[in-house]
Design a protein around this ligand. Structure first.
Ligand code: 13P
Length: 283
């Protein structure tokens, strides 16, 4: 069934686990993500990034998510990922998305607050959940998110508290050392910053840049308030590698390529579902 983000995030936050948020932009990714949730009986967040509007319109994304998600054995939330354009955010709400991320992280604080608060007023009136971001993630290898020039700006805990109070946002993406894309060196997480933020604010926190993050880091973040973990690059890198191998070995029918690709997406999604729902996340 299709749900809004609040429905699944509140339980995760309260019970110290995280829900995986996976980027989808075509039939194979949508189907792989939703099937992985159904097969593991866990909720999944299907994140359609504003970056992928050339692949699929918002309305098509909603129609496909509804068609595949309504029949699924596990809850599915269709979420708009990283969108800095207010008109697109409002269109996603109108199209039926259960959750939107307004990304004003590259704006001055006051402007980010003003725009996020405006999104919250409209979204909440429509029963839609809002995620926003404070601080800025750097871009690693193969990154397809954020801007290529973005540098790491850590989230300031005191500002995060102010931001949540002023905007009434439902979930906050924080910058604590993860990067979008694959890591070129071992990630240096600032768990101390995450701990301070978690002590000051009472909304679920979101970890972007999940690809390649070691399991123990994921669990340490979950123990400090992270209730949503975003994964994109690793799904893409793995699916492209596997597809290349498949095509080198044989010349399959196009329909078989598609079926195999659904399986590749499922493999990675299930790996992160297994990390995120581990019992005893006490860091
Ligand atoms: P990765 O591509 O590093 O997994 O990051 C995904 C993400 O944060 C989507 O918003």
């Amino acid at each position: 069934m299709l749900v809004n983000l609040q429905d699944i995030l509140k339980d995760a936050y309260r019970n110290h686990y995280a829900v995986g948020s996976f980027n989808g932009y075509n039939y194979e990714t949508f189907k792989g993500i939703i099937d992985a949730g159904a097969e593991t009986q866990k909720p999944v967040i299907l994140a359609f990034g504003a970056k992928y509007l050339q692949n699929m319109s918002l309305e098509t994304a909603y129609a496909l998510a509804k068609s595949l998600g309504e029949g699924s054995a596990a809850p599915v939330c269709l979420h708009l990922d990283h969108c800095s354009d207010l008109a697109t955010v409002f269109r996603a709400i109108r199209a039926g998305f259960g959750s939107v991320m307004y990304d004003g992280s590259e704006l001055p604080f006051a402007e980010n607050v003003k725009n996020t608060a405006a999104v919250c007023r409209v979204a909440h009136a429509c029963g839609v959940t809002v995620e926003a971001e404070l601080g800025c993630l750097a871009a690693g290898e193969h990154s397809h998110e954020g801007s290529a020039t973005s540098v790491q700006v850590y989230t300031e805990p005191a500002l995060a508290k102010q931001f949540v109070e002023m905007t009434q946002v439902d979930a906050l993406a924080v910058s604590i050392g993860t990067v979008h894309g694959l890591y070129q060196a071992a990630p240096l997480l600032r768990l101390d910053i995450l701990e301070q933020i978690n002590r000051l604010i009472a909304v679920p926190l979101v970890l972007h840049g999940g690809s390649g993050l070691p399991e123990q880091d994921i669990l340490a973040c979950i123990a400090r308030g992270i209730a949503k973990i975003n994964v994109n690059t690793e799904i893409s890198v793995y699916a492209v590698q596997q597809t290349t191998g498949l095509l080198a070995a044989q010349q399959p029918h196009f329909s078989e390529v598609s079926l195999n690709q659904i399986g590749y997406v499922k493999d990675i999604v299930k790996k992160y579902i297994a990390f995120s729902y581990k019992e005893g996340n006490n860091g």
